[in-house]
Design a protein around this ligand. Sequence first.
Ligand SMILES: [Zn+2]
Length: 276
Amino acid sequence: MTNEPRSHRLADLTWPEIHRLRAVAPVALIPLGACEQHGRGLAQRTDTTRAEAVADMVAERLSPSVVITPAVPVGLSEHHMAFPGTLTLTGPTLMAVVQELVTSLYRHGWRRVFVLTGHGGNNSAVDLSVSRLRADFQDLHIAWSGVTAVASDVTAELAQSRVRGHSCEIETSQAMFADPTLVQSGWLTRGSAALDDLEPAGRLSRGHPHIHFPQAYDVLSADGNLGDGRLADPEAGKRIITTVVDRVAAFLEGFIALPDRVPHPPVSDERALEAR
Ligand SMILES: [Zn+2]
């Protein structure tokens, strides 16, 4: 086999190709998305497509070292259910999906797995799954991240709305770069973009960062978006996504270079006694 696989996507390959590829592809990457409302101008698959775009670019950058599973197209979107068409799993279901995909990869020999979620609503379930998997498979290196969060310094510089986060100028810019067919430019609106736009509960929630007071999106914004998609720009999207790809790829280079994970022996009573 040449060093260039025909595809990095497991679903596009035959089993003999995968058999040869896994010898030179130590990392498996699982993209997670959502099927949820994204304001008036963005398609419901926006988070899935952004995660998949980053995954493809990372795999190409590090080829042939990374394989990608199919993107999971539905996530935890309970907070968007008031809008037509949003689909949601429950937390235990998404955790089971993540754990069973990782277990499948483990059974085929992968010992380094990265979960990349394009949807922040999936974070808690991913974090719990990863901590369970670390305990269950003690020779597995497993890590996870969001997409936008990895470039938070860049997005802070580019953002214009005081309140933003969902289908805002930052997310819409990424969508324009990742796949322009996600965006209906003429339908983009300014959603709630300042604290004064919000109802009292929303204002309290958004006005106190790091205090968790979750609100449904129909309470936060009549159009379903926080921030102003009309300010989006594909060049900004390119800068954000390229930064995410650079940083995830840099992490994965270190991940690949790590020694194999070996189980730590339990702390013995003797050691604890000696430490006294
Ligand atoms: Zn989104």
